[in-house]
Design a binder for this molecule. Structure first.
Ligand code: MTE
Length: 321
């Protein structure tokens, strides 16, 4: 497997989050004055699509691509975006595409809080301005035994977390998705205890393969794929890769994730892809690649064992699934 490049951020490039905030306030203030003087509503649309502008600027400049799917061709854009799990929009595989418009992604901000020295709520465009994006091709293996190869656009979560300076008490990272039951049809049913919540150990969150994705196939993420920003943890079952993230909280004690809370026997905390540990209701030894006929062998840690097996060397993987 090709090695990935993990860019380190020089201290000089790290802008304290409070600077992002003050700059945003200035921008907003200027815009409001302008809008009042010219025509309200004419200028607002530019403001509300600010993160898309920032993303497009980086996409236009061209991004480095890192193939971490062993040279395998990515699944088609159509298959990636029409066969989805996004229970906020319904439990059918086509529901996320059909009801994608129910997710309002502009404006979008991300709260980073808990055990960090630099907590706050940050506009997505300000976060993107300080992140170099790259394209990474990863396998995605769902716990339901289907899989895809996806060319994500994103940045390592570690870079974002480091900017916010985790304290020595930060042992777990908790992620929360959008909560908007007035608009999201799936959140009016109690399939899960909304909002969708996921949890990683801090060393898993800091691993260079752990990505925050904002695009796929060189475009911004379609809503059904978790717009505008989602987590991608390629060695774990897909349910850990939480979509449409609004909050990241660093904590000392581990809370339950949504699926673990729903059914801990079926959806363990680790959820590492493991062909030798079956789901109570089906085998995990093989999988169906969307867009292909037949089944293929599932790989240990979804093919990323070389990079991540050491994280679990002291765990009995049959018990800690
Ligand atoms: N995130 C949220 N917020 N809601 C969800 O229902 N489903 C998960 C994960 N992230 C889900 C989510 C599951 S089970 C999988 S397999 C992947 O998203 C699917 O990602 P995809 O639809 O982009 O293939």
């Amino acid at each position: 497997m090709k090695r990935y490049r993990y860019p380190s951020i020089p201290e000089s490039e790290v802008t304290p989050p409070e600077l992002f905030e003050s700059r945003r306030r200035v921008l907003r203030g200027g815009l409001l004055l302008g809008a009042a003087a010219v025509a309200p509503g004419l200028l607002w649309p530019r403001n509300v699509t600010a993160w898309q502008g920032e993303l497009q600027r980086q996409l236009d400049a061209g991004l480095p691509t890192v193939d971490l799917a062993g040279g395998e061709a990515p699944t088609s854009f159509r298959d990636i975006t029409t066969y989805n799990n996004f229970y906020e929009l319904g439990t059918g595989k086509r529901d996320p595409e059909i009801y994608a418009h129910q997710i309002v992604t502009d404006p979008w901000s991300l709260t980073i809080d808990g055990e960090v020295d630099k907590a706050g709520t940050f506009a997505l465009e300000d976060i993107l301005k300080h992140q170099d994006l790259e394209e990474r091709i990863y396998r995605l293996r769902c716990v339901e035994a289907w899989s895809k190869v996806v060319p994500w656009t994103g940045f390592p979560l570690a870079e974002l977390l480091k900017r916010h300076e985790p304290t020595s008490r930060a042992r777990y990272v908790v992620f929360e998705s959008i909560h908007d039951p007035d608009r999201l049809r799936g959140q009016r049913r109690s399939v899960l205890d909304w909002p969708y919540r996921e949890v990683l150990r801090i060393d898993e969150a800091m691993h260079p393969l752990t990505l925050m994705a904002v695009g796929l196939y060189g475009e911004s993420l379609p809503n059904q794929s978790g717009a505008p920003i989602r987590l991608v943890v390629p060695w774990k079952y897909g349910f850990k890769s939480i979509k449409s993230v609004v909050r990241i909280t660093l904590v000392e004690e581990r809370p339950l994730s949504s699926w673990e809370e729903r059914n801990p026997e079926e959806y363990g905390f680790y959820a590492n892809v493991n062909p030798e540990v079956d789901h109570p209701r089906w085998s995990q030894a093989r999988e169906r690649r969307i867009g292909e006929s037949g089944r293929r062998e599932t790989l240990m840690f979804n093919g990323y064992a070389e990079e991540v097996a050491h994280l679990y060397s002291d765990l009995d993987l049959q018990r800690h699934y």
